[in-house]
Design a protein around this ligand. Structure first.
Ligand code: ATP
Ligand code: MG
Ligand code: FE
Length: 340
């Protein structure tokens, strides 16, 4: 079964074709970063309009890259939420219209399920992680620990009470004068920082539970930066200490979640999953515990069409699909999803 996947939940237009026998056939991504940069954040109406401009050309390009024509598609998967309502409606409208015209099924995909399943696309099929496992979802809008009992059966174990980890990276970067979007740049800068010159707290790790809080950490960084000489080296040193604090905090809670779930497989997804220090630290922990940690390749940590095509393919294979009306769910609890 060859599934066209469409992602338009925020500021990335992503399209891919996933074949349930041959794997990923093609994928293309258009990022609107330059469009939103002068505003310092995503402007929803501009995002919707840019998806309108870019989506059909990307669909054509992706099909051509896969060596397919539109009639070769067996089903269409699209992000129906959570996300910006206008942006979601562009993808949903195109996906439903295409499915209707081709008389093929269309399936609504939960964006965070897309992220969560992305690591399962990697490596040869025999070695892919099987539920039950614990998933750490760390993106621009979410920081969650999820107990995955089966594909489609998700139990929220803990989540952030304020900022998401990616949001903390982005806001901290902005505070220290890095251009939008700052998260990846802050991480790159952290690589040049010296260890041990600054020390920030590991929020909420000294009490039980699996929730997170990152907004206080941001304030600590602001104070340290304000009171410093604000040199390039200092910026890197503070970035390093901030990154270590976030990575340690996430790692401590991941271990705790594995202990509580009584399982040794951790799956990590979402944009912050591309962070090198986080990947290295979680690898180290998995090795020490004799367990396993699985990540998507870095480009599939952030938003992309491949994860939507893949998640949608699993649901279409299970016979799930939607009616003809175009509907999106901008706020959507993953625990309410049907099992696959
Ligand atoms: P959500 O998936 O919750 O709706 P989103 O789609 O905006 O949010 P993603 O695309 O998954 O989020 O990830 C983007 C986030 O990942 C940004 O906040 C960005 O700063 C962060 N990020 C990307 N690369 C890195 C990195 N190497 N280190 C730390 N953070 C990173
Ligand atoms: Mg994005
Ligand atoms: Fe995302």
């Amino acid at each position: 079964m060859r599934v066209l996947g469409i992602e338009t939940s925020c500021d990335e237009t992503g399209v891919a074709v996933y074949d349930t026998d041959a794997g990923l056939l093609a994928h293309a991504l258009y990022s609107q970063i330059a469009l939103h940069a002068e505003y310092g954040g995503v402007v929803p109406e501009l995002a919707s309009r840019d998806h309108v401009r870019k989506l059909l050309p990307l669909v054509r390009q992706t099909l051509a890259d896969a060596g397919m024509i539109v009639d070769d598609i067996d089903g269409v998967a699209y992000t129906a939420g959570p996300g910006l309502v206008g942006a979601l409606l562009v993808g949903a409208g195109v996906a439903r219209a295409l499915a209707w015209a081709l008389d093929k099924p269309a399936v609504a995909v939960h964006h965070m399920e897309g992220h969560l399943l992305a690591p399962l696309m990697e490596g040869d099929p025999g070695s892919r992680p099987q539920p039950p496992f614990v998933a750490l979802l760390v993106s621009g809008g979410h920081t969650q620990l999820v107990g995955v009992e089966a594909i489609g059966r998700y139990r929220l174990l803990g989540e952030t009470l304020d900022d998401a980890a990616g949001e903390a990276f982005d806001k901290t970067a902005k505070m220290m004068g890095l251009p939008y979007p700052g998260g990846p740049q802050l991480a790159a800068l952290a690589g040049q920082g010296r260890a041990g010159l600054h020390k920030f707290p590991r929020p909420m790790t000294n009490r039980p539970g699996l929730d997170f809080s990152f907004s206080g950490l941001k304030t600590q960084v602001l104070l340290a930066w304000r009171d410093s000489d604000q040199s390039e080296q200092t910026r890197a040193d503070i970035a390093r200490a901030f990154e270590e604090a976030v990575v340690d905090t996430l790692s401590i809670k991941c271990e705790r979640a594995l202990d509580e779930a009584g399982c040794e497989t951790l799956v990590v997804a979402g944009g912050v999953g591309a962070n090198r220090r986080l990947r290295a630290k979680l690898e180290q922990i998995a090795e020490r515990r004799g367990g396993r940690v699985c990540f998507p390749r870095p480009e599939f940590c952030t938003d992309n069409g491949a994860m939507i095509a893949f998640a949608g393919a699993l649901r279409l294979q299970a016979g799930q699909h939607e009616g003809a009306s175009v509907m999106v769910t901008p706020r959507w609890d993953m625990a309410t999803l049907p099992a696959v």
